[in-house]
Design a protein around this ligand. Structure first.
Ligand SMILES: Cc1cc2nc3c(=O)[nH]c(=O)nc-3n(C[C@H](O)[C@H](O)[C@H](O)COP(=O)(O)OP(=O)(O)OC[C@H]3O[C@@H](n4cnc5c(N)ncnc54)[C@H](O)[C@@H]3O)c2cc1C
Length: 166
């Protein structure tokens, strides 16, 4: 079998930053995020079992998700960098506000925000799959999304309508 990481790199995804607040605030860049159910509203994320964020979610915690815009590549890189500061220090400008339901940071300039509460954890290999109830969700401005494809960041561009086959 070909290397799974290389194969999956051709599957383009959006990019989020998953955040937790409280006494041990943290943020983590994640593309293993998706919608599970509309009624009730559920999402999932997959988090490495060795990630700092894993402990916070494992405790049945709540978290927020900021869906990044194309202008936020630096933020995606920052929250994937192991050498970033711990605690509030990693939430440097351009700014954020605390989520009303979770107390987790919601990043300014994101395309959308969700506040979620973990309802189920399934250990899956070296990651855990967290299914979470959506407590609140909102969209920001209508701007291009940040994408991850081929192990690189990209900006989403609309395919011209004339190029789309029926
Ligand atoms: C585009 C993209 C998408 C990603 N999607 C996901 C995702 O969906 N789920 C996910 O779990 N992760 C994902 N990551 C990786 C994640 O963003 C980083 O690992 C992040 O640093 C984790 O944050 P943390 O604070 O939870 O853990 P950290 O404390 O940063 O540590 C996370 C892991 O890195 C190891 N580590 C710590 N320091 C170092 C170091 N100096 N050198 C090497 N390894 C070290 C730790 O042992 C641990 O295994 C993604 C990264 C990118 C760039």
């Amino acid at each position: 079998m070909a290397d799974l990481r290389r194969v999956m790199s051709v599957f383009a995804t959006g990019i989020t930053v998953i955040t937790v607040g409280g006494d041990f605030p943290n943020g983590m860049t994640a593309n293993a995020f998706g919608s599970v159910s509309l009624d009730p509203p559920l999402v999932l994320c997959c988090v490495s079992r060795t990630a700092r964020l894993h402990g916070a979610l494992s405790a049945g915690g709540s978290f927020a998700v900021s869906v990044l815009s194309a202008e936020q590549e630096e933020i995606a890189r920052r929250f994937a960098d192991h050498s970033r500061p711990h605690g509030w220090g990693q939430f440097a400008p351009p700014g954020w506000r605390l989520g009303r339901y979770t107390g987790a940071p919601l990043l300014d300039g994101a395309l959308a925000w969700l506040e979620c509460e973990v309802i189920q954890e399934t250990v899956a290999g070296d990651h855990s799959v967290f299914v979470a109830s959506v407590l609140d969700a909102a969209t920001g401005g209508d701007r291009p999304a940040l994408l991850f494809h081929g192990s690189a960041f990209h900006e989403l561009r609309r395919v011209p309508a004339a190029d789309v086959a029926d």
